[in-house]
Write a protein that binds this ligand. Structure first.
Ligand code: HEC
Ligand code: HEC
Ligand code: HEC
Ligand code: HEC
Ligand code: HEC
Ligand code: HEC
Ligand code: HEC
Ligand code: HEC
Length: 347
């Protein structure tokens, strides 16, 4: 499995380079090709004579001719990015090549792009602590989330300090509406970008989250009625709990209200904090979330509660079941528990 991922990543990287070359040809940043548009119209270094009459072609000493002060002016669309250029060494030109193409240099891979150099450094970005969790999206199986994993999802980021769903993520087809579309483009039983997620651990009838979240069947109505209640299906209403904040029935939740995308110390990339549940109340948003074995009480309590319930370890209120149920919540609650014979409508 790991070997296959590696090969696919390699092919993907070559694909990126080929695409950059193909789209940038004869184009000096006038923004008429999709590639350049997606990186905020960054001019692509693809034609030797267009780069200082050919004198700068194949040259990797970018800072020799482009001084920092000018680079800051040019990139003032993203002041933090422009600042970051003076916080790395003069040989660290990975970011330049990620946005501007190869400049005729050979052997460029995702490792050349040095994402982690800046993104793990608290002096450069505020979001530096997203990558240290025990579990992660580690596509190449090297035990960490690193450069080659980043570009699978962020092939096109313009690094302007804002996540824009149709700029910062790689697309396989049509525009995304929400980040769920990115997740589900991969977690759909066919994978995406040459990457295939593993089959589900708990559901026996379907193998992927697309089918559990949006349902199975041949008509829209059939799909909706077999989907997860946290997904497309409308719930029957709380039986013994109440919602926190503005959570309500008839909501399709975002994946990232319960999951962290980069890494998490919790299994299944479950969020480590209530703050990802954007519609919860402040008490819940300030709570930490920790999952041990298959006990998800602290997570569920961020959005569901019973005012008379016992305190959870993260200071919230437990949802009290009418009878003594096991703390192995996944006996009954998991993606896919919306249909089938053994359980129904429990997720
Ligand atoms: C030998 C000096 C020199 C080196 C080294 C050099 N450049 Fe340039 N570069 C220039 C000059 C001069 C221009 C502006 C004139 C031109 O476009 O030919 C330029 C233009 C550019 C442009 C704009 C191209 C366009 O089509 O508008 C980009 C982007 C660029 N350089 C990036 C880089 C990067 C990235 C590196 C390192 C990989 C680099 N340069 C290395 C001299 C250099
Ligand atoms: C996140 C993407 C990104 C990164 C990283 C980046 N650039 Fe740029 N660069 C751009 C964009 C977008 C423009 C066009 C800005 C504009 O037109 O206002 C640009 C413009 C330029 C230009 C001017 C081109 C012209 O037409 O005058 C040069 C030179 C340049 N970049 C060099 C560099 C160098 C050297 C680095 C690495 C230190 C670098 N860039 C890193 C996105 C990037
Ligand atoms: C599985 C796809 C995926 C991978 C792999 C991935 N990201 Fe992300 N990244 C996302 C999504 C989705 C978001 C938006 C998160 C949100 O909206 O809360 C994001 C957001 C970000 C942000 C903005 C965070 C913020 O809070 O401002 C940065 C920076 C970032 N990613 C960098 C990286 C780097 C660096 C890597 C590689 C180490 C990487 N990402 C790998 C999907 C991914
Ligand atoms: C030279 C430093 C540097 C390098 C190298 C670098 N980044 Fe960034 N990146 C930044 C800065 C600075 C920001 C803006 C952060 C902010 O405003 O909080 C940023 C923002 C981002 C964002 C957030 C979306 C956005 O539009 O702001 C993503 C995603 C991202 N980078 C991905 C990557 C990936 C993938 C790589 C490697 C291919 C990479 N970065 C390499 C400095 C860098
Ligand atoms: C490029 C394909 C791809 C994209 C896009 C993607 N994933 Fe994944 N995901 C995977 C793969 C492959 C794994 C298995 C772990 C690994 O190898 O990195 C995985 C693992 C997971 C897991 C952990 C499963 C387990 O058994 O522990 C969760 C949860 C998850 N993804 C959620 C998401 C969410 C949420 C998003 C969107 C923000 C997303 N994924 C986007 C491919 C993807
Ligand atoms: C981010 C908030 C959030 C979290 C965390 C959350 N839920 Fe929910 N849950 C909801 C919302 C909102 C609904 C109603 C959705 C609808 O009806 O469309 C719901 C509905 C349900 C239902 C169906 C009730 C009905 O109306 O029929 C069950 C069962 C359930 N959740 C169990 C859980 C369990 C178990 C956990 C923990 C593993 C959990 N939930 C975590 C927000 C959340
Ligand atoms: C033996 C099966 C079973 C187990 C194990 C189980 N539950 Fe439930 N759970 C149910 C049933 C049945 C419902 C009621 C669904 C309904 O009527 O909407 C429910 C409902 C819920 C709800 C939604 C609240 C509501 O008012 O409907 C939450 C939240 C919840 N359970 C959390 C948990 C947590 C946390 C665990 C693990 C500590 C757990 N459950 C273990 C069967 C189970
Ligand atoms: C209400 C909270 C919640 C939401 C919303 C949610 N998840 Fe999950 N997810 C969980 C919990 C709890 C588990 C562990 C139980 C299980 O595996 O079903 C899990 C497990 C997973 C797994 C591992 C499944 C397995 O059985 O191996 C993947 C992959 C995953 N989620 C992806 C997603 C994606 C993609 C989305 C959005 C389309 C999403 N999740 C939305 C709570 C949530």
């Amino acid at each position: 499995m790991k070997k296959i991922y590696k090969t696919l990543i390699y092919v993907a990287v070559i694909g990126v380079i080929a695409l950059t070359v193909a789209c940038g040809g004869g184009n000096s940043g006038d923004g008429d090709s999709p590639t350049t548009e997606m990186k905020g119209n960054a001019p692509q270094l693809t034609v030797p004579e267009n780069h200082n009459g050919g004198n700068a072609w194949g040259n990797d000493k970018c800072y020799l001719c482009h001084n920092i002060k000018k680079l800051k002016d040019i990139h003032d669309y993203s002041p933090k990015l422009a600042d970051s250029f003076s916080k790395v060494d003069e040989t660290d030109i990975g970011a330049c090549l990620y946005c501007h193409g190869t400049n005729g240099l050979t052997g460029i891979t995702s490792e050349t792009y040095q994402c982690m150099k800046c993104h793990e450094d608290a002096n450069i970005v505020s979001s530096h602590d997203m990558f240290g969790g025990k579990n992660m999206h580690d596509f190449n199986g090297d035990g960490k989330i690193g450069n080659s994993d980043c570009i699978v999802c962020h092939e096109w980021s313009d690094m302007d300090g804002k996540i824009d769903i149709n700029v910062d993520f790689r697309k396989s087809g049509s525009d995304y509406v929400t980040t769920n579309d990115l997740c589900l483009s991969c977690h759909d039983g066919n994978g995406a970008f040459g990457i295939m997620p593993p089959v589900l651990k708990f559901d026996t009838e379907v193998t992927n989250i697309y089918s559990t979240f949006l349902g199975i069947g041949s008509t829209a109505a059939e799909m909706k009625s077999t989907a997860d209640i946290h997904g497309a299906r409308i719930g029957q209403g709380q039986s013994f709990g109440v919602f926190r904040g503005t959570y309500a029935n008839d909501m399709e939740l975002t994946c990232l209200s319960c999951h962290q995308v980069h890494s998490s110390d919790n299994p299944y990339l479950i969020t480590e904090s209530g703050k990802t549940a954007v519609n919860a109340d402040d008490t819940a948003k300030n709570a930490k979330v920790s999952v041990t074995e298959n006990n998800f009480s602290e997570l569920c309590a961020v959005c569901h509660m019973n005012p008379n319930g016992a305190d959870t370890a993260n200071g919230l209120k437990e949802v009290v079941h009418t009878s003594t149920y096991s703390s192995n919540c996944t006996d009954c609650h998991y993606h896919g528990a919306g249909h089938g014979t053994s359980v129904n409508g429990l997720f």
